[in-house]
Ligand binder design. Structure first.
Ligand code: NAP
Length: 264
């Protein structure tokens, strides 16, 4: 639906991690399709710039600053957005961090942060919208997981673990929420050109532009897909990888990090 066909009343989507990359593009795309968009992230300046852009294009938006790994702060951010835009019809829990693993010293703190942001951030976001969706017996919960959820990759085991936990969480909730009229979509992108991947020095196969990826995601959400793996080439490759022996993967795949941090 294009903006000139604005929905009445406009539906409300809240996107976490909306200050850059996929989250910002999802906000633009949903706004173009007539949604009111609530934007959450830590960088307020980025949120304000995006909100200005959306309003100038005729969209309706509200921002709230929060760290998704801080439950109280995040719940307050959702309350503030609900206060401005109304009840949430669609949640896209997109905020995430990706860091390479090093073994010596073992980067426990980085992995802990990925679990806090990528997993607990999604959990708290769901907690912020679930009571209202269950009460209204409608709504749509989506989270951005990753193709990495399907396979523990050398050098990004922590990231993959956090994302497979997200996918599993959503899978169980999806089945449980059927009787409450709440849809759940797990989004598993391959590589997308964003700040997160700009630091990668290895070749990223089937790298997608963030605006194109956001268009695909919104189409998948409109179809209420249960799990959206894209691009298909990456989805297929990850399925094949699951069957390959460890020695082959260790020898052939680019890894995000080496064993010792100062080898970077
Ligand atoms: N790019 C890829 O190839 C790719 C592939 C598969 C999945 N993904 C997933 O896609 C999602 C979006 O990532 P991206 O690629 O668009 O990277 P990005 O441009 O770095 O965006 C990450 C977003 O998450 C937010 N964020 C990070 N930590 C946060 C925290 N503690 N609290 C609140 N917000 C936080 C950032 O905002 P602030 O810094 O302003 O808080 C930013 O808006 C992530 O979940 C990522 O894992 C990306």
């Amino acid at each position: 639906m294009a903006r000139h066909e604005t929905q009445h009343p406009p539906k409300v989507a809240v996107i976490t991690g909306a200050s850059s990359g996929l989250g910002a593009e999802l906000a633009r795309e949903l706004s173009r399709h007539g949604w009111s968009v609530g934007l959450i992230a830590r960088r307020e300046d980025r949120l304000m710039t995006l909100a200005d852009e959306i309003r100038q294009a005729g969209g309706r938006t509200a921002i709230a600053v929060a760290d998704v790994s801080d439950k109280a702060m995040l719940l307050a951010a959702f309350d503030s957005i609900r206060g401005e835009l109304g009840a949430v019809d669609l949640l896209i829990a997109n905020a995430g961090v990706g860091k390479p693993d090093f073994l010596d010293p073992f980067t426990v703190d980085d992995i802990e942060q990925m679990i806090r942001v990528n997993l607990l951030g999604v959990l708290y976001s769901i907690a912020a919208v679930l009571p209202q969706m269950i009460e209204q017996r409608r709504g749509h919960i989506a989270a951005v997981s990753s193709a990495g959820a399907y396979k523990g990759m050398p050098g990004s085991a922590g990231y993959c673990a956090s994302k497979s936990a997200v996918s599993t969480l959503l899978e169980g909730l999806r089945i449980q929420l059927r009787e409450y009229g709440v849809s759940v979509t797990t989004i598993c992108p391959g590589f997308v050109r964003t700040d997160m991947t700009d630091v990668n020095s290895f070749r990223m196969p089937w790298l997608q532009e963030p605006d194109a990826a956001a268009r695909k995601i919104v189409r998948a959400l409109n179809r209420r897909k249960k799990v959206y793996n894209f691009p298909w080439q990456m989805a297929l490759m990850i399925k094949l990888l699951r069957w390959l022996p460890d020695w082959f993967i260790a020898r052939t795949l680019p890894r995000k990090s080496d064993v010792v941090r100062n080898n970077e």
